[in-house]
Write a protein that binds this ligand. Sequence first.
Ligand code: URA
Length: 242
Amino acid sequence: MRLDRFLIHNANISSQECLALIKAARVHVSGILAESVAQLLEEGDTVSLDGQSLQSKAFNYLVINKPAGVVSARADKTHSTVLDFIKAGNFVGELPKFEAINIGKLQIVGRLDIDTTGLLLLTDDGEWNYRLTAPEHHCVKTYRVQLNSELADGLVEKFAEGFLLQGEQSKTLPAKLEQVAPKEVLLSISEGRYHQIKRMFKASKNRVVRLHRESIAGLDLIEGLSPGQFRFLSAEEVARLG
Ligand code: URA
């Protein structure tokens, strides 16, 4: 792990503060003065700030069943945010034994539109967030989509081939479309372009009337969670996701 990542999480500071502390020669790694935020920590290294050893804290990994009308953002002037549900302690199951969540450090792992419902992950582990959202990792997300009109012929093949959305330079990655009713499909995509699913159907002369994310990497993590409820992921789920 990089030294700055360790300090941000365990000393509860920002990346700028981290840089300033290292420049001010206040950080040591296993007794040796730290020189760079990018320094990599080895197994068994200890980190101290102003001579005080810092304990390594566990990261938090949460899943929420996002309701409609709620924004996937840290703050919003007019709407509730998913963090409001975390602040309200609207959780199911057991709180992990380790430290309480620092809500200020939680990151939203891939956003959903305000009217999209379903599975949304949150974490204070920036590397895990990156592994799940970086385009090169092709993490598969499956959505249940209600359409305004019946699915046109040939769309399964068109979605599998990928197509150019308006204003984009590259084709969408192959997507798996499975029809479950005349106006309902399951769609699995492995990227997260802006309003991607709505734009894909718009380009196919149809319209999304309801969008619900059911699973990520094949895992349905919101079974048993009502809209607005969240829970902590197990270590096994965290490992399977990223
Ligand atoms: N695609 C969309 O259009 N909206 C979402 O919220 C997620 C994927």
